[in-house]
Design a protein around this ligand. Sequence first.
Ligand code: COA
Length: 401
Amino acid sequence: MFFFKLINLLIMSSGVTIVGAGVTKFGKRTDVSYRDLMAEAIVEAINSTNGEIEPKDIDGLYVAASQPELLVDQAHVGNLAAQVAGITPNIVSRVEMACASGSAAMRNAWAANKSGLADTILLVGLEKMTHNARVASRGLCLVPDVENEAIHGITAYSGFALAAKMHMKEYGTTREQMSSVAVKNHYNAARNPKAQFHEMGEITLEKAINSKMVSEPFNLFDCSPLTDGASAVIITRSDLAKNYTDQPIQILGSGQSTEPSIGVSNMKSITEWHALKRAAKSAYEMANKTPSDIQVAETHDCFTIAEIIEYEDLGFTPKGQGGKFIEEGESHLDGSLPINTSGGLKAKGHPIGATGLAQITEIVNQLRGNAGKRQVADVNVGLTHNLSGFATHHVIHILGN
Ligand code: COA
């Protein structure tokens, strides 16, 4: 009895390690079906292990998918993923937290691993949106408070546009500063062959500023696009990781928090995201790190203003200084803290369910030194931040090698 209790205690005190992570090419993927896209991401993740992983080793499965019922007429996608992967896990779940589904799935999988319920867990995130932009846009309009807000016409763009206007008024953030976020993220996407706008290449500030209006003050280059894409990550107990990789990446910290509200009207502030700050505090404390320890980050730039507010509320710069942070090049690839080296949601793309795990994949690649032309030198600690709704829910992970 004592022996079994001891074994259980050892399992629960073991760390959680990422042994594989991969993404598909993002963009208009009319060349593949939903399940083929899923398979492509799983193969990418397996290819980033040492190849020794067997289907029988995987005893947990989490699938992040926001709206497959609306978009591809398929429900029960957790079971579909088990079929595609050819596995028989004893814990299976689909996680739906809108744009933060992937990171929420990671937090659940991390907890399942820590509890000893599953040793080795496959996570898959995906969405296929571009074949029916009208339905995809309607789906996004269902994320806010439909009964009290969306019914009056508020959309993702107009909600974040309010935050942008307020931030401009309160802190003097400028049009140029917001467009500079887009210029930086397209610069990074030009160095990421998997990014949706890789082929577009770098863009100028003038192009970003003068693009067509979407929802004042946002124009086209302030917005992330509709995207098809998938991502997959494999985690295991730290003591088992050496069986699957010689480049293990530790999950050092995990944090999550929501506003006590789904809509924008009940938020204490739309320019200071308290739920983000709570999630960040938990993650930093668990990892025993501070913002100054972070060397590379992927943050949720669904709209350019979001990235600016995230610089501030993640603690990378004082409140109100986010605009200055981008203007002075601090978050550029060669800046003091490179952010969204993948191209971010803005230019890598934002296939809703895939985004959180794609952010984790980018940090894994950075920490392993596998990020190609966008590699940041000598990085050991990275952060991912993923949000949903009008910034009413946030998930943060801190990774290290
Ligand atoms: N940034 C840059 N270019 C974009 C773009 C974006 N966000 N979205 C589309 N484009 C480009 C397309 O590639 C296309 O280029 P091409 O003509 O050279 O092929 C062109 O603009 C027109 O594309 P289209 O799909 O017709 O654009 P649209 O005007 O219908 O849609 C948006 C633009 C911004 C409305 C759409 O991308 C969108 O809905 N984005 C927001 C998604 C969202 O809310 N996600 C959740 C965030 S919380």
